[in-house]
Design a protein around this ligand. Structure first.
Ligand code: GLA
Length: 734
């Protein structure tokens, strides 16, 4: 509902106008409001037609009071009048970090963006979209700001389109997706993430100081390797799991991103996020529409847990491929064989998949290449024909063996890449990203193919299409991306090299879009040498992602804990492997917190380990819907306790599972206090029973019935100790 407010300029504003020389008359100031269940984003069109953010926070009880907000602040002088611009232009009166910066076709670098119109439409039940048209009064440049609000989950997505009708191309020097303004808080605490191979999602929390903190990547592909775009900002003080105000956000873009967090001279926080403009000033032809990627955010006044549950609901409903569906358990051969396998070995593993009780066998790297066989990681990428020596009867015979064993068959590809030792590299050097006059530089002995080139897009699409055409019963694809981009240069883009990083990612999306038109449902895992790529643009095409090559279960407790703030459990691929020193029970219990898989040599399991694993998979099948579709509560953090505790409660509140893991091996480390459960109903009774008990071992927790009130007020002790290093509790309404 749109509301118009008439406001008189305060004497303060008039004084500012005198000081800065801007003239203005007293006119109606229009309010544009976007609301979700708990929050409001209030923009105001000033008398000078600028669109500013006057509020982003919890919804007020009275709509008419939003206009009174500004009058309560005495923070100082905004010399430009647009510190709080809803989309800050540059080169005119702006003094701070811009959201957009252009060079016009005549070389001029100034831009102003003034309000022309806005409209709010209903996209579908519970989703509204506000579109604000902004125009430069001097140059024919137009920006449309889009704000999509998902009412029930408190998530907002923002993006823009940019177009012009100048005589020649203009250059977009910066073209952010969104420009937020948070005002009214004493401090801002940034929780960001850094990482490396096998060390993904390491959190760091700091109080933001004045100036700009930049979160970014310039790696091109595998772009999140050092830093993902997701972050949290706690308002006033660091939020906890259940208390405090906190904003979660991230960019839906699988390439270079940049987020500026600028604490401005008035102590307010400006957040500007979009495609990274480093080496990427975009040349935009006349009348072509440039669409920036979506920036999502959600604001919670009830701590991080609430923000993450909202986000999980939103992503399962609207973002993730088959987000409301189920996932397959699997046996993967990567760590069992690496490149060293043949048909006979794989047939045994396929039979082992059945023996274990999983749904699928996943054939990993090493099945392709003949002139340059893929027997290690320095050859074969690009040559996607079956290696005749290892697999003389092709993939078909493996798919059939899988079928005979009543399991599905999946396969690994890394279609964006090429090894110099390959037929493809010899045949199509012009498809490879490399500087023509410079020495090649490799990441895992490989180079990246130029997806800005439509011919390469066809080639990559063809790899997937051929696999499905030849093997219609192929049930799953693991899509890997192990290299970053060095020497960024596209022979296809000629004099528009600065468009490369952006066109690469859009080229990737074109391929994925085509795949999804023809194969809408086939599940695919998004892998990038671990978690080098996940984001909510990619997950539109993928059902799950590989968070890390580090499968040491102790490390995984932390890695999965942090990912779980942003991504629901059904997307987080978690495999039991031989990494780490923990027993198979601990490894399996940790993997059950996500989309369960195995990467072990089944024949090496002793009788008890095998029996345990088979039973655990059965237990998982019973509880998986609660884990995938339920509400997740992080009960006790591994960062500051001897044991981590994570709970999933199904949407009916009648089934839950609590995973408890020891993370400290010091003397008498364990759960000394009961752990308070969450998300149950106080007035119901629940049976608590331990599952995944190792054969021959006494349960750590005796089966008993407790009230929801008791479980949430007093809690239950899972009795995690050195000898009970992981304890899984099933909670059922009794
Ligand atoms: C990457 C992946 C692994 C595996 C290998 C295969 O490192 O993260 O899971 O698929 O590639 O080469």
């Amino acid at each position: 509902m749109k509301k118009q407010f008439i406001t008189l300029k305060s004497s303060f504003t008039v004084a500012l106008f005198v000081l800065t020389g801007y003239s203005s008359t007293i006119t109606a100031q229009q309010i544009i409001s976007v609301k979700t269940k708990s929050n409001a984003l209030i923009l105001q069109v000033t008398s000078g037609k600028e669109v500013n953010t006057i509020y982003l926070g919890e919804k007020l009880a009275n709509d008419f009071e939003y206009e009174k907000i500004q009058g309560q602040f005495r923070q100082g002088t905004d010399y430009s009048g647009i510190y709080n611009a809803a989309y800050t232009p540059s080169g005119s009166k702006n003094l701070l970090e811009p959201a957009i910066s252009v060079t016009h076709s005549d070389g001029n670098t100034s831009l102003d963006l003034l309000y022309v119109a806005h409209k709010t439409t209903t996209v579908s039940a519970g989703i509204s979209q506000t579109e604000i048209t902004l125009k430069d009064p001097v140059y024919p440049v137009e920006v449309h700001m889009f704000i999509q609000a998902f009412y029930d989950t408190d998530v907002i997505e923002q993006w823009t389109t940019i177009q012009h009708s100048e005589k020649a191309n203009i250059t977009l020097n910066k073209y952010a997706s969104a420009n937020l303004y948070l005002k009214g808080y004493s401090n801002f605490w940034l929780n960001q993430y850094h990482g490396e191979w096998a060390r993904e999602m390491q959190p760091e929390e700091t109080k933001l100081t004045h100036g700009i903190k930049v979160l970014d990547t310039k790696l091109g592909s595998r772009a999140n390797l050092f830093q993902p775009s997701v972050f949290m900002v706690s308002l006033d003080k660091p939020a906890t799991e259940d208390e405090g105000k906190v904003l979660f956000a991230g960019l839906e873009w699988s390439g270079n991103f940049r987020t500026d967090l600028e604490l401005d001279p008035l102590n307010n926080l400006r957040i500007i996020s979009g495609i990274n403009n480093a080496a990427a000033a975009y040349s935009l032809p006349k009348n072509e529409v440039f669409t920036t990627p979506k920036f999502w955010y959600t604001l919670s006044s009830k701590g991080k847990g609430y923000a993450s549950r909202n986000l999980h609901d939103w992503s399962r409903n609207y973002k993730i491929l088959d987000g409301k569906g189920s996932r397959m358990t699997l046996l993967n051969n990567w760590e069992a064989t690496y490149f060293n396998f043949d048909e006979d070995k794989l047939k045994v593993l396929i039979a082992d998949s059945k023996k274990l009780g999983v749904d699928m066998f996943l054939l990993d790297d090493g099945w392709f290449g003949n002139n340059y066989p893929r027997n290690n990681d320095n050859a074969g990428l690009g040559d996607w024909e079956v290696n005749k020596k290892k697999l003389p009867n092709g993939i078909g015979t493996l798919v059939k063996t899988a079928k005979d064993n009543q399991v599905k068959f999946g396969i690994w590809i890394e279609p964006e890449m090429v090894n110099p030792a390959s037929d493809l590299y010899k045949k199509h050097p012009e498809w490879v990203i490399k500087q023509p006059a410079r020495a090649e530089h490799y990441f895992r002995n490989q180079l990246v193919l130029d997806l800005s080139n439509p011919k390469v897009q066809d080639f990559v699409y063809g790899i997937v299409d051929n696999l499905f055409t030849e093997n219609p019963e192929l049930a799953y694809i693991k899509w890997d991306c192990n290299a970053v981009i060095y020497n960024a240069y596209s022979s296809n883009l000629k004099d528009k090299q600065n468009n490369f990083y952006t066109d690469y990612v859009n080229g990737l999306y074109k391929v994925l879009e085509r795949i999804r038109v023809k194969y809408p449902k086939v599940p695919m895992m998004l892998c990038s040498g671990g978690g080098g790529r996940v984001d909510y643009a990619a997950l539109k095409y993928f059902t799950d992602f590989w968070p890390s090559d580090n499968t040491d279960p102790l490390e995984r407790v932390y890695i999965q804990w942090e990912y779980s703030y942003f991504y629901p459990a059904l997307t987080i691929a978690a495999h039991v492997t031989d990494w780490g020193k923990q027993p198979i029970k601990y490894r399996t219990d940790v993997a059950m917190m996500g989309r369960l898989g195995f990467d072990i040599v089944v024949k090496d399991l002793n009788e008890n380990d095998l029996a345990f694993t088979q039973q655990a998979i059965k237990n998982y099948n019973v509880l998986s819907n609660t884990i995938w579709q339920g509400d997740q509560y992080r009960l006790q953090s591994p960062w500051d306790n001897d044991a981590a505790s994570v709970m999933f409660v199904n949407k009916n509140g009648n089934e839950a599972v609590v995973f408890n893991y020891s993370v400290n091996s010091r003397y008498e480390a364990g759960t000394h206090l009961p752990i308070k459960l969450k998300g149950l109903q106080s007035d119901l009774n629940y049976k608590v029973e331990e599952i995944n008990v190792y054969p021959g071992k006494k349960a750590a927790v005796q089966t008993a019935v407790y009230s929801g009130d008791f479980l949430m007020e007093i809690g239950i002790n899972p009795n995690v100790t050195a000898s009970n290093s992981s304890v899984v509790l099933k909670i059922t309404k009794s």
